[in-house]
Design a protein around this ligand. Structure first.
Ligand SMILES: [Zn+2]
Length: 343
């Protein structure tokens, strides 16, 4: 089959590779769409240590089942499917606790840290264990289904935040995940939504999705301005979707006493942390990791057109042109949102 292979750092090659073989509990999926994730772009140059070559990246995908293993009963060839980005073991303490996203020995598709290597979906075919598959509703396209993973990450953060109807919320970092948080907060009945981002284009995107107040993080007296929008308290819940020190500090600053800060962004390994503010404001600071079953809800929201994702897709291009699109995204030369590659 053809695949886009990260042969060495900064070197992506579209080439022939052996077809994957399926085990009894797996299905062979013919990939129809796979989105390029920010983490793939960062992974390209080795800076994250999570894409050690040689590797086929890609974990935001959809396709058609081509073949099923002997132990597969619920799925058949021809089924349109998407799948979780996490391949998790079923016989694990965390999985049994209902927290498969934290399970030991889980692997992420298209990722290769020190401990494992798991090829992903920038390829014609991919073997997928049956327990991470989801059926795509008829009215949802393969491209839309390739957006489910990112939306599910955002929904997981909202789910664990305990956000209540009418809460004043903020999102720091209006990239792909931040925009999904805003869209899903709107659907969930959040009150005022505030967006904070350096990039004015991203802020106007956030506004179109329902953010009412927009701020640049460098604005003076940002905390005061946001308190003035929220009965002098601050936000009830703030979602941090940039993953860097500055925006974590802003998130802590603008959240009201007793409020919640959810950390989704995962860019910096270590940051300076405003300990005294967190303690004296008695904030709840939560990490949000990946997805825990939010696929079904996102697929339903897509099916009934409550969640629109088409505006976040900048381009759908052949996988053979993957190298070109990766380098465009890497150099940030155009203001591209999601690029989806089609084998
Ligand atoms: Zn991703």
């Amino acid at each position: 089959m053809k695949a886009l292979v990260l042969e060495e750092y900064n070197k992506l090659v579209y080439k022939d590779v052996p077809d994957p073989e399926i085990r009894t509990d797996e299905v062979l999926v013919r990939i129809k769409a796979c989105g390029i994730c920010g983490s793939d772009i960062h992974g390209l140059d080795g800076s994250t240590g999570r894409r050690r070559p040689p590797l086929i990246m890609g974990h935001e995908a959809s396709g058609i089942i081509e073949e099923t293993g002997q132990g597969v009963t619920r799925w058949k060839p021809g089924d349109r499917v998407t799948f979780d980005s996490t391949v998790y073991p079923l016989d694990d303490w965390y999985t049994r606790e209902g927290k498969y996203n934290l399970s030991d020995n889980r692997e992420v598709l298209g990722v290769s840290p020190e401990s494992y290597k798991r090829n992903g979906a920038f390829a014609e075919y991919l073997a997928i264990p049956q327990h991470i598959l989801y059926k795509i509703p008829e009215s949802v396209t393969f491209e839309q289904a390739a957006m489910v993973e990112a939306a599910a990450v955002a929904l997981h953060a909202i789910k664990i935040s305990g956000t209540r109807t009418g809460d004043i919320t903020a999102v720091t970092g209006a990239g792909m995940i931040g925009i999904f948080v805003i869209k899903l907060l709107k659907i969930s009945g959040s009150g005022k939504i505030i967006a904070i981002d350096k990039n004015p284009l991203r802020l106007s995107g956030a506004q179109k999705c329902g953010a009412e107040n927009l701020f640049d993080p460098s604005e003076l007296n940002l905390g005061e301005k946001i308190r003035s929008l929220s009965d002098n308290r601050g936000t009830d819940v703030t979602f941090e979707a940039a993953g860097m020190g500055e925006s974590v500090n802003i998130s802590v600053e603008i959240t009201r006493k007793g409020g919640t800060v959810v950390l989704i962004g995962n860019t910096s390994q270590v940051i300076e942390f405003p300990l005294q503010k967190v303690v004296t404001k008695e904030l709840k600071v939560l990490g949000s990791c990946a997805i825990r079953g939010e696929y079904d809800v996102i697929l339903k929201l897509l099916e009934n057109r409550k969640l629109i994702v088409d505006d976040q897709i900048s381009a759908v291009a052949p996988l053979s042109e993957g190298t070109l699109w990766f380098s465009k995204l890497y150099r940030k030369e155009e203001n591209l949102n999601k690029v989806i590659l089609v084998p």
